[in-house]
Design a protein around this ligand. Structure first.
Ligand code: ARG
Length: 483
């Protein structure tokens, strides 16, 4: 974390002022519909429907036009031979007049039939390719390739072996955690009404979203339209985003434990390597580039609830059982720079160890929104590392501004979010990676980014670039469900 009081020249030439984001961050899944991670309807014409375009090799077993063509060819030959023999019989009866026209007819018929079959086969291949024969009355499960009827998705009964037909049916909306359910009949998200709700269902919904039933808090009735008494459900799957609020001074040493209780230090051989954020007692969000070449879970130790490196030196820390790196992480560009660490044993939550909230559906964080970064990273580019956790107040920078030629000239994709000061002076730096970029909303702290990259640190026009956690929400939940 770097903070200098340096005044930079030409600030007005550089800072073009706030420009609104033109695009909302898109979820990681194919960007379409209300929630791209949800059942996409298997219209064969819909090119965004992911399961019909790619055909697993064994779909050939079900319908193989190629096979039909092969079967045909050997059949043609014997038929032809047989009739040639018959010619011999006819020759006895009428040796001259009958043999000549028959010899010309058969090759023509065979030719026509072959052409028809080839054309028919080609049409079948095309139809099959576009999914007409491929589960056209339902949707295919990704894991077991079973074709499950549309009405069976989100009906409360698990049909795919992985349960994916029931896993994207609930979501939390907005900073009040309004519970929504996907309606199969109306094909949209609807608020869940509190008159038909209880804690048992709440626990189940939280589990389906990706949380552990042990972190379940409860639900509140919330005023909402479209319900009998206009009462909906605000579902708390985990107590998140709370801290011991002290007065925050931008860009300085953190003085109290519990100010950023989700901040962890990720270490290898007792050396701080990267930062991370607690999102549940088991799961830490960090950057993919932190674990890219150090992907062995056993090498890492997670330190939670500490303020100084000194304290951590004499502490035990928590072992890691699994590292899940985003499979589309691109080290050259830092595209999809996000990873998860699962701890061997769950963290015990205290006032100094607490999870941050993951942004809900419908939450957008726009420039120039105030936000905070924290970490044990170096105090300047190539500089020394602090003993005590540092914090800095910065602002979100729109993707448009951040992609301007003097800034990052088009290198900022939708999987990234920029934050900092265009005039320079305050920024995250080496060793802050993987750590949190948080925003306060509705009295809670939300994880908006994970520290990813930058050209140097705190230079003018080179703000910090963070993994766009809002964009990765569905990916994160999917991994938490899977592992
Ligand atoms: N990649 C760095 C790390 O591994 C973080 C760099 C952040 N840079 C910046 N200018 N904000 O720690």
């Amino acid at each position: 974390m770097q903070r200098t009081d340096t005044t930079y020249d030409n600030v007005s030439h550089v800072n073009h002022g706030f420009q609104h984001e033109e695009q909302r961050p898109l979820p990681y899944a194919p960007p379409s519909g209300v929630n791209p991670a949800l059942p996409q309807y298997p219209s064969p014409q819909n090119p965004q429907y992911p399961y019909q375009i790619s055909h697993p090799p064994h779909s050939l077993d079900r319908y193989s036009p190629a096979q039909n063509l092969h079967q045909y060819t050997p059949q043609t030959a014997p038929v032809n031979t047989h009739h040639t023999v018959a010619h011999g019989l006819y020759l006895d009866a009428n040796p001259v007049h009958k043999a000549a026209p028959r010899r010309k007819k058969w090759p023509i018929i065979v030719g026509i039939l072959t052409t028809l079959l080839v054309v028919g086969g080609a049409i079948a291949v095309v139809l099959w390719f576009y999914g007409v024969f491929d589960c056209n009355l339902g949707r295919r499960c990704q894991t077991d390739n079973k074709c499950v009827g549309l009405s069976q998705w989100c009906n409360g009964v698990q049909d795919c072996s992985s349960g994916e037909d029931e896993s994207n049916c609930f979501r939390l909306f907005g900073s009040n955690f309004v519970l929504q359910k996907f309606s199969n009949e109306r094909k949209n998200w609807e608020n869940v009404c509190s008159n038909e709700w209880n804690d048992n269902l709440g626990r189940q919904a939280c589990e389906k979203i990706g949380y552990d039933r042990n972190t379940y808090v409860g639900f509140d009735e919330i005023n909402i339209s479209g319900c009998p008494s206009n009462k909906g459900v605000a579902l708390k799957c985990i107590e998140c985003g709370l801290n011991n609020m002290r007065r925050i001074v931008g860009g300085s040493t953190v003085t109290s434990k519990g100010t950023w209780p989700w901040q962890v230090s990720l270490q290898i051989s007792r050396n701080h390597v990267c930062g991370g954020s607690i999102i549940t007692p088991y799961w830490i969000v960090t950057a993919a580039h932190c674990v890219d070449e150090l992907s062995n879970a056993g090498a890492w130790t997670v330190y939670a609830g500490f303020l100084t490196r000194t304290e951590m030196r004499s502490a035990t820390g928590n072992s890691v059982s699994r590292i899940v790196k985003h499979s589309n992480f691109e080290p050259r560009t830092n595209e999809n720079d996000i990873a998860l660490m699962k701890l061997t044993h769950p963290l015990t939550m205290t006032s100094n160890v607490r999870p941050v909230c993951l942004p809900n559906e419908g939450m957008y964080f726009d420039a120039p929104r105030e936000c905070y970064i924290t970490g044990w990273g170096t105090l300047s580019s190539g500089g020394s590392a602090p003993d005590t956790l540092q914090e800095a107040k910065i602002n979100l920078i729109s993707r448009t501004t951040c992609n301007n030629r003097p800034v990052y000239n088009g290198r900022i994709t939708e999987t990234m979010i920029c934050a900092g000061k265009l005039q320079g002076g305050v920024d995250s730096c080496q060793g802050d990676s993987g750590g949190p970029l948080v925003v306060r909303e509705n009295s809670l702290w939300w994880l908006v980014g994970d520290t990813s990259w930058g050209d140097g640190c705190a230079f003018r026009n080179k703000p910090g670039v963070y993994g766009n956690v809002t964009y990765f929400r569905d990916w994160i939940y999917e991994q938490m469900r899977k592992y």
